[in-house]
Design a protein around this ligand. Structure first.
Ligand SMILES: C[S@@+](CC[C@H](N)C(=O)[O-])C[C@H]1O[C@@H](n2cnc3c(N)ncnc32)[C@H](O)[C@@H]1O
Length: 302
């Protein structure tokens, strides 16, 4: 779909024509070429996808056709759609994303479900101004922490990230979701900025991809920041360091939820058991696809 080719067409192209060309251009780069082409065309035309289906014979203006063509080229190079549209859906809400943050994954949603259920079980209806303290380490876009704040009005969330650029995105998302008064973000290494403080709930989805497994370009993952992916030789470097301090970060009875990839769960669970020899419970949680996805640790009560 080169500029040269499109300039040879005397009549302006129709929705159906550019869609067919876009699908063809994306066939190699994407497993969901049709959906991707529809999303990008709908975005270029500022319409929704059902509109495209009903208006296949509508003509595009040259500006619209060019905008769409540029998007198709970027997508064909492997760039994830979420970065192109600066938006990703997570737990029923839209989050701003850019190349400084990981694109939130649906696999992380069950961790949020677990976190929300735990906090709700802690809500005391007799207390008017109850605050439940939540820490999100490696907060990135704020997908976990802001979703938790949006679901549980008693939650006060602190998000830590080593990346100032990621924290800027999390701050925007907290505002967008109207939870900014209950979310604070601080730059630092793992638990260092909140040392000597305790929380009802700590969540972390730290980088856990083994260094050697980080996909090279043009894999979509290669567009994501290495800082959000690289977990060291076996993927567990950051969790090892976090677990040195994690027991001090939890109130008695508090909950820690740590996300990683299914193949790492047994090793992560073993590390957690070593760090929390007196935990009330240590168990594994599954994502919506039924895969083991997070370790759940409940600190014991005195
Ligand atoms: C896998 S991403 C998770 C982002 C977000 N929590 C989510 O679930 O979508 C990991 C995040 O940890 C951050 N990070 C990496 N090393 C860190 C460190 N030493 N201390 C704090 N954050 C770190 C990265 O910048 C990145 O935003």
């Amino acid at each position: 779909m080169s500029k040269h080719a499109s300039s040879q067409v005397s009549k302006p192209p129709t929705v159906a024509q550019v869609l067919a060309r876009g699908i063809f251009a994306l066939a190699k780069a994407s497993d969901s070429a049709r959906t991707d082409a529809q999303i990008l065309l709908a975005h270029s035309l500022k319409k929704d996808r059902p509109w495209l289906v009903a208006h296949g014979e509508s003509f595009l203006t040259p500006g619209q056709a060019e905008r769409y063509e540029r998007l198709i080229e970027r997508r064909a190079s492997g760039m994830p759609i979420a970065y192109m549209l600066a938006s990703a859906g997570f737990f029923g809400r839209e989050f701003i994303v850019n190349e400084h943050v990981l694109i939130p994954r649906p696999e992380s949603e069950s961790l949020v479900t677990e976190a929300v259920a735990f906090l709700r079980s802690r809500v005391d209806p007799m207390r008017k101004a109850q605050i439940l303290r939540v820490l999100d380490i490696g907060v990135g876009s704020g997908a976990l922490g802001c979703s938790i704040a949006a679901e549980v009005p008693q939650a006060a969330v602190e998000g830590v990230d080593i990346s100032a650029e990621a924290l800027a995105v999390a701050t925007q998302n907290a505002r967008r979701l109207h939870v900014h008064r209950r979310c604070t973000f601080v730059q630092g290494d793992l638990g260092a900025p909140v040392a000597h403080r305790s929380f009802d709930l700590v969540v972390a989805n730290l980088p856990y991809v083994p260094t050697a497994d980080i996909a090279p370009a043009p894999d979509p993952v290669s567009f994501e920041p290495r800082l959000a992916l690289d977990g060291g030789p076996d993927g567990l470097d950051l969790y090892r360091r976090l677990l040195e301090v994690a027991p001090t970060l939890l109130y008695p009875g508090g909950l820690l939820l740590l996300e990683a990839a299914p193949p790492l769960m047994a090793a992560l669970e073993a590390l957690v058991k070593g760090a929390f020899p007196d935990a009330a419970t240590v168990s594994l949680g599954r994502d919506l696809g039924g895969q083991e996805r997070f370790v759940r640790v409940q600190a014991s009560l005195p």
